[in-house]
Design a protein around this ligand. Structure first.
Ligand code: 5AD
Ligand code: SF4
Ligand code: FES
Length: 364
């Protein structure tokens, strides 16, 4: 069998190579893979962490994904929506704390009131912060024109996880109706990219029915789509979802963590110049999860800036951390943690290098 050392020397991996790396069980091999990915990160995007302040501004959602805690059929969730003023207060806080970017995230809504409101919000945030904050949107599937309207209003980045690149698996993890179509999701991602956003996607790792081959395909999908930013993390169960019945057949939690770290590491080797998030889901498995993600090749962290009183209502999965903390506490905590692992918090925008180069090539 080909060794990890041999594979990680290559610049182009076959699907078999990726499967081999994803299947690592030996501790030393895992260490070697992660170390290699970290050194590639060091040489390309640097030993720096970019912070994006996450504002979970509403948990209203029209969808019913079978794995997600805030799916529309979960009547146990207290639904909320921050006012524009509350959102603006968070962005002001973000600027004061030297953030260069925020992420506006919510469940999915597609009515005109919602889309119009986002357009106005983008304009107001840009004005109020003197165009000092980059805005990432993460508000699901929308029409081409809506994505365009938001881009023109000033949003620079968009995150839409494909969740899985396998249409077959996608069907198994979503209800079978037009609101949950793999083809529509893919089309949305293509539209986002075509409009000119820095384009982010990602997948869940360790889903029921998911195979290692699915995950290898996910990595190849991300590469082939020329994605600029990736957020991917372990699937975690939520008690009030249909998928809770699979809780005993999932990969053990530590293996899910290690598999997620290998996904990050392999992606860093495949795409050295993209931005990769060390997700909150990693931190849910273990308090040091995000730091482990950074050590495996990730370079972005999204500290939660959602006002404390709403945090307990944005639970996509069980045991989400920091729901009793406030933004101040998380920022201090994070600063200490980054120092501890020898990573510097960057103060520039940290646009995806991959995006900048992709754009320059198109212009030339
Ligand atoms: N476990 C892990 N991630 C989840 N997400 C939704 N539900 C879960 C879960 N149970 C992720 C999806 C979605 C993102 C906002 O959160 O990938 O795109
Ligand atoms: Fe809604 Fe996103 Fe949860 Fe699906 S994963 S139910 S779209 S918030
Ligand atoms: Fe929230 Fe540590 S990141 S308390």
């Amino acid at each position: 069998m080909i060794s990890v050392t041999e594979i990680s020397k290559k610049t182009n991996f076959s699907k078999e190579d990726i499967i081999r790396l994803l299947s690592i069980t030996d501790k030393n091999e895992q260490k070697e893979l992660l170390r290699k990915a970290y050194s590639v990160k060091d040489k390309t995007v640097g030993r720096k962490v970019y912070l994006r302040g996450l504002i979970e501004f509403s948990n209203l959602c029209q969808k019913n994904c079978l794995y997600c805690g805030i799916r529309s059929a979960n009547a146990k969730v207290t639904r909320y929506s921050l006012t524009d003023e509350e959102i603006l207060a968070v962005t002001e806080f973000a600027v004061k704390n030297q953030f260069t970017g925020i992420v506006l995230q919510s469940g999915e809504q597609s009515n005109r009131d919602f889309t119009q409101r986002i357009t106005n919000l983008i304009t107001r945030i840009k004005q109020a912060t003197h165009h000092e904050l980059r805005i990432t949107l993460s508000v699901g599937e929308q029409s081409f024109n809506t994505y365009k309207e938001w881009f023109e209003a000033g949003a620079e980045r968009y995150l839409l996880r494909i969740e899985t690149s396998s249409e077959e698996l996608y069907r198994k993890i979503h209800p079978d109706n037009a609101l949950h179509s793999f083809k529509t999701r893919l089309q949305c991602l293509e539209n986002i990219q075509q409009i000119g956003y820095q384009t982010g996607t990602g997948v869940m790792i360790g889903l029921p029915f998911q195979t290692i081959e699915n995950l290898a395909d996910d990595l190849l999908f991300i590469k082939q789509m020329n994605i600029d930013m990736v957020g991917m993390g372990p699937y975690l169960e939520h008690v009030n979802t249909p998928f809770f019945i699979y809780k005993d057949s999932l990969l053990p939690i530590n293996e899910r963590l290690n598999l997620s770290l290998r996904m990050i590491a392999i992606l860093r080797l495949l795409m050295p110049d993209i931005n990769i998030v060390a997700t909150t889901a990693l931190q849910t498995i273990t308090p040091m999860g995000r730091e482990m993600g950074l050590k495996a090749g990730a370079n972005v962290v999204m500290p939660n800036l959602t006002p404390g009183k709403y945090r307990g209502n944005y639970l996509l999965y069980d045991n989400k951390p920091c729901i009793d903390e406030d933004a101040d506490e998380c920022i201090n905590c994070l600063a200490n943690r980054m120092k501890m692992i020898g990573e510097e918090i960057a103060n520039d925008y940290g646009d995806s290098i991959h995006f900048t180069q992709r754009k320059n090539r198109v212009v030339m």
